[in-house]
Design a protein around this ligand. Structure first.
Ligand SMILES: Cc1cc2nc3c(=O)[nH]c(=O)nc-3n(C[C@H](O)[C@H](O)[C@H](O)COP(=O)(O)O)c2cc1C
Length: 201
């Protein structure tokens, strides 16, 4: 079974993005073990000269490094990701790269009807940056609009179409984790071959 970390992309106590990840965690419990990672206690990033990471960041790094994949659920503030998610990503790319080559699926929920689409585009770009270099599942956006009305009392998504969309993206993500691993192994083998043959010359 895959082990996946779900990053709650906000420090808000009442968050529909957290609810979405909790739904994902429960709905796919037979397919993956999903652990939620909160970023609300990360200190404000200040580029410490010592390069020493706060303990809470170190713990997050260990969780991410040990996982097969990561889901990030992006809340949207002013058409962008939240300051707290940007802050977490700064820490997670400061002389460390736990997200490098890590398969990542992006989801997001917003009160408006666009479902955090603009924040998700921005997040995709950030995850592709030189110091992060995650492997983001392509051609897949899971947008949850009108998120305040999207869950019932038990925390279940009420719209069956949204559940279907989520199921097909999640299924793709599980395959994507395996494809990414196979691709990276293959890539590593061919670079080993190249370095071996250049030694022989
Ligand atoms: C400062 C601020 C800016 C916001 N900007 C947006 C926005 O650009 N788009 C949007 O859909 N909702 C916006 N919202 C409303 C919700 O916070 C947002 O939809 C968020 O994605 C909901 O996620 P959450 O339930 O996890 O907090 C804004 C809220 C605040 C406080």
């Amino acid at each position: 079974m895959k082990h996946i970390i779900g990053i709650v992309g906000t420090n808000s106590k009442r968050s529909t993005n957290r609810q979405l990840l909790q739904f994902i965690q429960h709905h796919f419990k037979d397919k993956a073990h999903i652990e939620l990672l909160e970023i609300d206690q990360f200190p404000l990033f200040n580029k410490p000269a010592s390069k020493k990471l706060p303990k809470i960041v170190e713990q997050a790094v260990n969780l991410i490094e040990g996982a097969d994949g990561v889901i990030i659920s992006a809340a949207e503030y002013n058409h962008a990701i939240t300051a707290s998610l940007a802050n977490a990503l700064h820490w997670l790319s400061y002389y460390i790269s736990p997200l490098k080559n890590k398969p990542v699926m992006i989801t997001g929920a917003s009160y408006g009807k666009l479902g955090s689409s603009r924040a998700q585009v921005q997040l995709r770009q950030i995850l592709d940056s030189a110091d992060i270099k995650a492997r983001v599942l392509p051609n897949s956006e899971f947008l949850l609009g009108n998120s305040l009305q999207a869950f019932d009392q038990e925390g279940k998504l009420v719209d069956p179409d949204r559940i279907n969309a989520l199921e097909s993206i999640f299924e793709e993500f599980i395959k994507f984790i395996d494809y990414t691993q196979a691709f990276l192994n293959e890539n590593q083998k061919s670079s080993l071959k190249i370095s071996e043959s250049s030694k022989e010359e």
